[in-house]
Design a protein around this ligand. Sequence first.
Ligand SMILES: *Cc1c(COP(=O)(O)O)cnc(C)c1O
Length: 417
Amino acid sequence: MTDLTRGWASQQDADDELASLRDSFYRPDPELLYFAGNSLGMLSSATRERMHRLVDEEWGRDVVRGWQYWNSLPLDAGDRIGQLIGAAPGQVVVADSISVNLYKLAVAALEAQPGRKVLVTDTGNFPTDRYVLQGAAERRKGQLRLVPTDPVSGINPDNVHTFLADDVAMVAFSHVDYRSAAINDVVALTEQAHRAGALVLWDLAHSVGAVPIELDELGVDFAVGCTYKYLNAGPGSPAFLYVRRDLQARLANPIQGWWSVADPFDMDAPYVAADGIARWQSGTAPIPGLVAVDESVALLAEVGIERLRAKSKRLTSYLIELADVWLAPLGFGVACSRDADRRGGHVVLTHDEAYRISQAAIAAGVVGDARPPNLLRLAPSPATTSYTDVWEAMTRLRDLVAAEAHLALPAQRARVT
Ligand SMILES: *Cc1c(COP(=O)(O)O)cnc(C)c1O
């Protein structure tokens, strides 16, 4: 049984087989309680050292000769990510941003099926997903159709069939909702899309590194995801995309850059797309970010996604238990599923003063974030958070709200939150 003492939390840490992973991250401020790993993950010591080596020994010393060994990184790092998302080698490549990858895949899906001009997503999907899909559809004289999202439980698969017809080229949803942390039903939704004859894409931004998915086994067509959230590869590190093996050569990448051909250095050749997943790259790979992806993903792949998920479920459940006892009397609510199997890596709390509380919490060394109108997101990333961290963060949050420390702060929202 959970109890509310610090002693209980430290006993969980003593029994936790992932406890030492937390200590393999760089912690220049040991007092910092970091709960924003769903937005930008922490830097591991191994990645930090690897970045130093890249600067001094690879870029600094080898300069252009570095391409001898950098060249295969987009595919090698992609295969590593594949271990976390159930993708056999040769189906994932690290390239561009989610926004650009979504665009490439949406246009490819529309062009491959000229009679189908509609894309489908949900009203609560991340802004860039909705914007990019809308632009891709409208430029091809089609449209984006939006399925309603429940603010707590995500997409109800029973509501989706009315949005699917033989005019839909591609259905694109997020595996884990960035706001509510709801885990959408990949099995039911993939099956429905396929029954309507559409291709299906899953955005794994809030699941890769925190929640497992079996892309090959589920027959998913496409996936995209970023590497700076639970994969900890740093600000602006490149995204990845997955294209099921048998679709790779049947569809065309609309950005036919020189990195999408078989031999980029055969420079007089006319355009011929590479056969495998390599064709889904566009231009020169961003090596500093890729090096960080390779190193950061290796750390998590070694531990295994199932163990990360098991700890993540326990941490978020524990956080909710503390919130119920300590924070509910102070005006907080819980706006994510209470069923750990239906909840991703973060917890969503509500409070009328969410914005000011999140600012006051940051000043007290507890970094989460606020989302309008009244949401507080707290992500106890399984790789970097201990049970004692959760206990300590919730104690600080309770004490600062009880003391009304947040009311001394301005109510105006900053541009970046
Ligand atoms: C974080 C996130 C993105 C980010 O897209 P970029 O183009 O890589 O900036 C996209 N989609 C979802 C669902 C996200 O959570």
